[in-house]
Design a protein around this ligand. Structure first.
Ligand code: RB5
Length: 150
């Protein structure tokens, strides 16, 4: 599996740890920065990760900022991206099983490193259930159309 990974300054330290965890699993990591904990604007890393996921060049994305909220808002602007900000395992599993979420956003100021690792593992390991969820996920995709068009 190929995973795009990104963080701002608030998420940098956790990103370093998650990159190691992902690589230990044999995941190919596309690291979209930041490369140092200097001030950064989270939409920049969100855009880089979301572009890779939206184009299908990465199967999943993981984005880390202080809360995970800004990353989710920004990533969800990109067509084909379904980003979920998760703080606990039940939501991370259902974001995959029901919503076919393809980007996980994490708040490094919200979750500890151990929980963050477990959230990533759940996000990678939980399959999409399809079935009754397919119509709803397709309706999410229909919202990707530019505003004002049919
Ligand atoms: C940076 O201070 C912080 O605003 C950012 O990491 C993130 O939490 C935004 O959603």
């Amino acid at each position: 599996m190929r995973v795009a990974l990104g963080a701002d300054h608030a998420g940098f330290e956790l990103k370093v740890r998650l990159r190691a965890v992902l690589e230990e699993r044999g995941v190919e990591v596309l690291d979209c920065g930041v490369d140092a904990p200097r001030p950064a604007d989270y939409p920049d890393q969100a855009a880089a990760v979301a572009a890779l996921v939206g184009r299908g060049e990465a199967e999943r994305g993981v984005l880390v900022c202080g809360t995970g909220v800004g990353m989710a808002i920004a990533a969800n602007k990109v067509a084909g991206v379904r980003a979920a900000n998760c703080h606990e395992l039940f939501v991370a599993r259902l974001a995959r099983a029901h919503n076919d979420a393809n980007v996980l956003t994490l708040g490094a100021r919200v979750v500890g490193a151990g929980l963050a690792e477990a959230l990533v593992e759940a996000f990678l390991d939980t399959p999409y259930e399809g079935g009754r969820h397919e119509r709803r996920v397709a309706k999410i995709g229909a919202l990707d159309r530019p505003a004002g068009r049919d």
